[in-house]
Design a binder for this molecule. Structure first.
Ligand code: C2E
Ligand code: MG
Ligand code: MG
Length: 512
């Protein structure tokens, strides 16, 4: 029985009771009146009783109505912010679509997502995160008109229904007011934090007249806002739909390529500091796309990260590299690990499993991480690094110097090797700033007892410079670009046979 049935039952019950009481009273009066033996006290009691029954049942009904309204309020609202939740927001959008269709007016649907909320939660704790959500709710509410509705759709996602939009500029103005309102830092306890927000906007009926269509288009516009640098607003545009369809098609093809061995791994030789000996290889994934040809990892690794494919992709590369490594005993093989893959809770156990399956010695495996790995959950990253090193695997900090806190990472996390990013070497003048930075990194690495690798070596002068500094390893097109697994042995033989790679110009000999 639901609340409404119960209420109706109670009403009927009380009406019947009251009826019975009144009939009994009337009968009694008729019966006893002639005998003039009416006890006035008795009549009064009967009347009071019937009034009491009616009053009591009305009170019960009122209480039930109140608790039903309260239950509805709780079910449709987010407890922390007090805002409508996704379910209620859906209802509000549905009725606004109906209203706009009848009155031939427009409204805008905003999809908002806080920038880097997870970072704030991880750094300052969940209480601070909650406090931030409340403060943001207050600031956004202040810039809305009375008829606009703000809702909390999920953790750091909000929705706004902007009613009576006469011109898209009205929506642009509201979006700008929101960005301005959030541009002032928030006080979280003793700290001040900045919280940017990205906003996607879709218009009804211009973009769609269907709720899920509108949400999807606003989400697409939000994705674009994030992609273009965050802390901004973007309107949905038709070309975004085309872009989405293309990405979806590539995503499906990539999924199939991972499942059906459609990817391959190439290996770039890593040379000793004098450039004369091959000491290892770096595994680099390749995708031979059926129509677009060979795609570089930069074009699909980020897609794999976004679409939840990076874990199977990363495991596939690691397994392939461990199997290929059997052909090159004594050489170390480095495998790149995406931050998202590394953060996955099963990452360490999947590495252990692949080592066991393939029989690869952990001492020959290197895992290359970038600074992004450790930024989000430092404690978990630290534990994983400790566990992997305990297995004998060497941990490498890739693209060193490109992040904003490379030195902090070196102090906190136990790496075995750093790789100086190739951007420092690209336009390096012997006495310019890049050269000073490279020199400092090599000295720092050596002082900390780390192996130092310089990648992107393209000229003999660079070899000379880095070797003189005491850099341990060199890697770059000067020696070799990435090779198919079957060509590695021939390259190794050419290095062994001639002391130098056949490709290396004379100047390298000077460096050695
Ligand atoms: P990375 O790990 O820093 O790899 C070095 C990149 O520099 C490779 O590009 C390599 O081909 C290129 N390179 C090497 N020597 C030179 C040189 O002398 N000059 C120039 N200009 N470039 C050179 P690639 O293969 O396109 O890989 C790019 C990035 O993609 C890699 O940067 C790595 O971050 C990522 N990546 C590659 N394979 C994988 C993988 O299996 N998993 C993950 N998660 N990321 C991967
Ligand atoms: Mg690398
Ligand atoms: Mg690198």
């Amino acid at each position: 029985m639901n609340l409404r049935d119960f209420r109706q039952g109670t009403l009927q019950g009380s009406a019947i009771l009251a009826g019975i009481a009144l009939v009994a009273l009337a009968t009694f009066i008729a019966f006893v009146a002639t005998q003039q033996a009416i006890d006035t006290f008795f009549i009064a009691s009967a009347m009071v009783f019937s009034v009491y029954v009616v009053w009591q049942s009305r009170r019960t009904v009122r209480r039930l109505t109140e608790s039903e309204a309260k239950a509805k309020q709780v079910a449709g609202h987010d407890i922390l912010s007090g805002l409508p939740n996704r379910f209620l927001f859906n209802d509000l959008v549905d009725s606004e679509i109906g209203r706009c269709t009848r009155s031939k007016t427009s409204f805008a649907l905003f999809y908002l997502d806080l920038d880097r909320f997870k970072e704030i939660n991880d750094t300052f704790g969940h209480d601070a995160g909650d406090q931030l959500i409340i403060s943001i709710t207050t600031r956004i509410t202040r810039v809305l008109r009375q008829n606009d509705r703000l809702a909390r759709l999920g953790g750091d996602e909000f929705g706004i229904l902007q009613t009576d939009v006469k011109d898209p500029r009205d929506s642009a103005a509201l979006a700008q007011r929101i960005l301005d309102a959030l541009s002032v830092p928030f006080d979280l306890g003793e700290r001040q934090v900045f919280a940017g927000i990205s906003i996607g906007i879709a218009l009804c009926p211009q973009d769609s007249t269907d709720r899920s269509g509108l949400m999807c288009l606003a989400d697409l516009a939000l994705y674009r806002a994030k992609h273009e640098g965050r802390n901004r607003y973007t309107f949905f545009e038709a070309r975004m739909g085309e872009h989405l369809r293309l990405r979806k098609a590539i995503e499906d093809e990539l999924r199939q390529a991972i499942a059906n061995d459609g990817l391959s791994v190439e290996y770039q030789p890593v040379m000793s500091g004098d450039g004369k000996k091959m000491v290892g290889l770096e595994a680099l994934v390749r995708w031979h796309h059926p129509t677009q040809g060979n795609l570089p990892p930069e074009s699909f690794v980020s897609l794999a990260e976004e679409r939840g494919l990076i874990v199977p992709l990363g495991e596939w590369v690691l397994r392939r590299a461990c199997l290929d490594a059997k052909k090159w005993p004594g050489l170390r093989v480095a495998v790149n690990v995406s931050p998202i893959q590394f953060r996955h809770k099963e990452f360490v156990s999947s590495v252990v499993k692949i080592l066991q399956e393939t029989g690869m010695e952990p001492q020959r495996l290197e895992l290359e991480l970038t600074e992004g790995v450790v930024i989000e959950d430092a404690d978990q990253a630290e534990n994983s690094i400790i566990e992997l090193r305990a297995l004998g695997i060497r941990m490498v900090l890739d693209d060193f110097g490109t992040g904003y806190s490379s030195l902090i990472y070196l102090r906190r996390f136990a790496f075995d090797k750093i790789k100086i990013d190739r951007s420092f070497l690209q336009y390096m003048e012997p006495s310019g700033e890049s050269a000073i930075i490279v020199q400092s990194i090599v000295q720092l690495g050596r002082a900390l007892g780390l192996t130092v690798n310089a990648e992107g070596i393209e000229t003999p002068d660079q070899v000379e410079f880095l070797h003189a500094l005491g850099c341990d390893e060199l890697q770059g097109f000067l020696f070799s670009s990435s090779l198919a697994a079957d060509d590695v042995a021939a390259f190794a033989a050419s290095v062994e046979g001639h002391g130098l790679s056949a490709k290396m110009p004379l100047a390298v000999a000077r460096a050695g």
